[in-house]
Design a binder for this molecule. Structure first.
Ligand code: ATP
Length: 702
């Protein structure tokens, strides 16, 4: 994996000291949770237990009325069944349908006679038998037999699930039951992840894993694990769990393949647990070349966030934890004395004030003079990026093997090239400033445009020179952060947003279809989001975002960390700029200004194409089903007509439903609509792939 991929950090240890008594209690709590997960759903929570007990009491009270009614209905069913048997209805109807009634009549009449006689004899024997038994041993056995018969009739006559008058009951499935092999296969079929006759191969049998169940399966040869990930919600429904409790991942590498899927279902919402304190709160120092601890996955695996070589965009609706999240990498930067920190707080509160202790440049708010200063600070940074490149090019090959900074270069004050992190909160407050840059030219460039230009330049050229951006916004759309900047931000973190489109705007196009949708997070999931590493340099794709519950790092811990960071800088002689009382900002040399102008003129599409992320605005609308599923199921090089049943099988639909749905979507039936294909003995319903493609193109207004 390349350096700036989203890595799962091997050993970030988080924990707290427990007394023997606390340890025993936490163990008992875990055991209770495990035991509870094996109970039927209706017994799992006190509320549902109360409901079920109430329902049972009600049923008991109404039994004297309901039982005779059920027996009556059972009697009607039994008499009808008996009459059908005596009249030999099935045989009679079949003969009638085949116009063979005349031929078969004698046979049918004989059967009717025989069955009537059998009925009379049986009734006679039963009546006689009960008389004899009553006389011999009393009426108890007869009453018992009568009771059993009435119970059988009541069962036959009970109101079934889904029948009118049937009361809804709380489901009787347990998680342990659902995770059992056969039931799991049923769930995959019901979710249409596999065909109705397909099976699953269990690579790892369902087993307890942490506070949930874990299983690894191989899908049938024609199915892709990424498709299953995209059907997470369907699968969650089939397993009767909230989708936040279901984690689906492709198994990659030597142990995995495109059809291997790992599935984990938590006993309860794993993101509802109390937040874990960030290890940075206690860390004496941090080396920013090591991705700092960021949070944990649902299964408790530690996730680290790479800062070097990449830039981060954090997006969410207000109050979901954007500021907390962006302060994690900023605090790690504060704890590294060899890192230069530039912070601008577009919100203008106290959230970032502790960084004033260490920051080379600190901008407190987004008022007019602050925007002007931010522009000057970014110009100083852009000039530094250019200067670093020319110095790196002149360096000895031993010290600088590529035109990139190395840990040694950034840590050696002699070179003056420390890793530099620029953190900007509520970036839209700067980008949307439409005050003219030059007061004498009201129609000229606006301040917001200048900020955008400079950030784009730094995001694009800065990483190799040791510059990283950490930007947070509640407005990630292209009107505020145009593609040319967003396309350069290779790491994305989406906390709760309102729509799947907003989620795609942060995470990149195609992520919704691949099963990643930050609008599905609950508002109670503060600090929980989807992390996607998608730089040109990483080998992660849209299928691999991880849902992370970020660590909690309160402001008092950040202040303490910044105090430690300041002391470390004083010792290392690296306290510079605003923090050292030197507020004079450097100038922008003319040749750098020209380079920035030139970069700003580059077409956005060209810039966006240089990285892996295609932003969401190109997809403003989702394809209606089944077109969406068919796009995935039809190979690019496939052509001509195919059997509708074959296509339906690929997407887990019924052939008839697919044919009707395609007609509704304007896909015409070929002429003739039924053809003999692939050596089929009879003509079968077919569909022309070119017509499906035309419908997709038409949907996007092509
Ligand atoms: N990792 C976390 N775990 C649990 N709660 C968190 C976490 N991070 C943040 N929160 C809670 O979420 C709330 C909102 O956080 P924050 O101020 O960062 O949101 P924001 O998105 O920046 O809000 P705004 O848009 O108003 O600036 C905080 O009160 C905090 O307690």
């Amino acid at each position: 994996m390349s350096q700036n991929a989203v890595e799962l950090a091997p050993e970030v240890l988080t924990g707290e000291l427990l007394t023997e008594e606390e340890y025993r209690r936490s163990k008992a709590r875990r055991l209770t949770e495990t035991a509870r997960s094996r109970l039927p759903v209706q017994w799992q929570t006190p509320e549902s237990r109360r409901q079920v007990a109430g329902a049972l009491a009600g049923q008991f009270a109404l039994a004297p009325v309901r039982y005779p009614r059920a027996v009556g209905r059972g009697l009607v069913i039994a008499v009808r069944a008996w009459w059908g048997w005596v009249r030999v209805s099935d045989f009679y109807e079949a003969a009638k349908a085949g116009d063979k009634l005349a031929d078969k009549w004698v046979e049918i009449a004989a059967l009717r006679r025989r069955r009537a006689i059998i009925t009379l004899v049986t009734l006679g024997v039963l009546g006689l038998g009960s008389g004899v038994v009553s006389l011999a041993v009393g009426s108890a056995p007869v009453l018992l037999a009568g009771g059993a018969a009435s119970a059988a009739l009541a069962i036959a006559g009970r109101r079934k699930d889904g029948a009118g008058g049937r009361k809804a009951v709380v489901g009787a499935r347990t998680l342990a039951w659902a995770m059992d092999g056969d039931h799991l296969v049923e769930a995959f079929r019901a979710a249409k992840v596999i065909g109705k006759d397909d099976g699953l191969q269990f690579v790892r049998l369902p087993k307890r894993d942490g506070s949930g169940w874990y299983v690894v399966v191989d899908l049938p040869a024609s199915r892709r694990a990424s498709q299953a990930v995209a059907h997470r919600e369907d699968l969650a429904s089939a397993l009767a769990v909230d989708e936040s409790r279901l984690i689906l991942e492709r198994v990659r590498g030597d142990d995995g393949h495109a059809g291997r899927l790992a599935l984990w279902v938590g006993d309860s919402d794993p993101y509802a647990a109390p937040p874990v304190e960030s290890p940075l709160a206690k860390a004496e120092s941090w080396d920013l070349w090591r991705p700092p601890p960021f949070g944990t996955t649902a299964r408790g695996t530690a996730v680290a966030l790479p800062v070097v070589w990449t830039s981060l965009l954090v997006g969410a609706i207000p109050r979901m934890g954007k500021t907390y999240v962006m302060r994690l990498p900023l605090t790690a930067a504060a704890l590294d004395p060899h890192v230069r920190l530039i912070v601008a707080d577009g919100k203008g509160g106290k959230d970032h004030r502790p960084y004033e202790l260490v920051a080379h440049r600190y901008i407190r708010d987004a008022r007019a003079d602050s925007v002007v200063r931010l522009i000057a600070v970014l110009e100083e940074a852009a000039a530094d990026v250019e200067d670093r490149f020319s110095r790196l090019a002149d360096m000895d090959d031993e010290v600088c093997p590529e035109s990139k900074v190395t840990p040694e270069i950034t840590r050696n004050p002699r070179y003056g090239m420390p890793l530099t992190v620029i953190g900007i909160d509520e970036i839209q407050n700067y980008l949307e400033d439409d005050t003219p840059l030059d007061p004498g030219n009201p129609k000229g460039k606006k301040r917001g445009q200048r900020v955008l230009e400079l950030l784009t330049f730094i995001a694009k050229t800065g990483p190799a020179a040791g510059y990283s951006l950490v930007l947070a916004t509640q407005k990630p759309d292209s009107a505020v952060i145009p593609d040319k900047l967003r396309g350069q931000l290779g790491t994305r973190f989406a906390l709760k947003v309102m729509t799947w489109q907003a989620s795609e705007t942060i995470l990149g196009a195609g992520t919704y279809k691949a099963g990643m949708d930050a609008s599905k997070l609950l508002t109670s999931h503060k600090g929980v989001g989807l992390l996607r590493g998608a730089d040109g340099e990483t080998d992660l794709d849209a299928g691999e975002a991880v849902t992370v519950k970020t660590h909690l790092l309160p402001i008092k811990d950040i202040r303490a960390a910044c105090e430690r960071g300041r002391a470390l800088r004083e010792d290392a002689g690296t306290l510079t700029g605003d923090a050292a009382g030197d507020h004079a900002v450097g100038d922008l040399p003319a040749h750098v200004a020209a380079r920035i102008e030139e970069a700003a003129r580059v077409e956005p599409a060209t810039v966006a194409a240089s990285v892996d992320i295609v932003d969401a605005e190109v997809v403003d609308d989702d394809l209606p089903e089944p077109l969406g599923a068919l796009v995935d199921a039809i190979d690019d090089d496939e052509d001509g007509v195919v059997a509708t049943a074959d296509l339906a099988e690929r997407i887990g639909w019924e052939a008839k439903d697919l044919g009707q749905a395609l007609r509704r979507l304007g896909v015409p039936a070929p002429t003739p609509p039924r053809q003999r294909i692939n050596g089929s003995p009879h003509p079968v319903a077919v569909v022309n792939l070119a017509d499906i493609r035309a419908a997709v193109v038409a949907h996007y207004g092509g």
